[in-house]
Design a protein around this ligand. Structure first.
Ligand code: SF4
Length: 193
């Protein structure tokens, strides 16, 4: 087991359960939407695990770190090494200095080794969505290339209830822990914290 010091002090079992339940609901909604559209990720060359994504919540960071603790020392060392390699290259990619796909350090032979602990965007990317913002404006987000090609007349996934619940949980977790930093982290950076 990894014995690294926790970033913050959290009532781990309680929060692990809360976050796990929210993510299960997201997974269920995603499965329904992808099933309705016929979308599968099999053999997709536009793999979202090769994409540059940032993650912004403390609860996603905490949940991923809980997953990292379950890895064997060998796997943890391998993942850390890959994260050290990936993090600076992702910075370059974000700055437009590098134009190549960089695999997520948690991807092993095409599969996520912390699938149960992956962040929100890993769960929802792919199908088209709508999001009603607090100011009442509705954002329409497109699906991935394959989804747009095949999903005709399929209703978009409504992310609004999940974002609301996540925002409430994030606020509560931050109040509980006194953590106030703004977060904008790649998976590689989350691993290296
Ligand atoms: S955390 Fe898992 S699902 Fe998310 S990008 Fe990395 S390998 Fe893919």
């Amino acid at each position: 087991m990894n014995t690294s010091r926790p970033l913050i002090q959290i009532d781990t079992p309680q929060w692990t359960t809360h976050i796990g339940r929210l993510f299960e609901k997201m997974d269920g909604a995603y499965q329904e939407a992808s099933h309705a559209s016929g979308l599968t990720c099999a053999h997709c060359e536009d793999n979202c695990c090769l994409s540059l994504f940032y993650h912004h919540t403390l609860l996603e960071l905490f949940y991923l770190q809980e997953g990292l603790k379950t890895l064997s020392p060998e796997t943890h060392a391998r993942v850390t090494f890959r994260a050290q390699e990936a993090a600076p290259r992702l910075h370059k990619r974000a700055a437009g200095e590098l134009d190549e796909k960089i695999p997520c350090p948690l991807m092993d032979e095409g599969r996520c080794i912390l699938y149960h602990h992956r962040p929100m965007v890993c769960r929802l990317h792919g199908v088209a969505h709508i999001l009603k913002r607090p100011d009442g404006n509705v954002i329409n987000g497109p699906g991935c290339t394959r989804y747009e090609e095949m999903a005709k007349n399929t209703p978009p996934l409504n992310r609004t209830p999940f974002y609301k619940e996540m925002a409430y949980m994030e606020q509560t977790l931050r109040q509980e822990t006194g953590f106030t930093d703004r977060l904008k982290l790649t998976i590689a950076e989350m691993i290296l914290l």
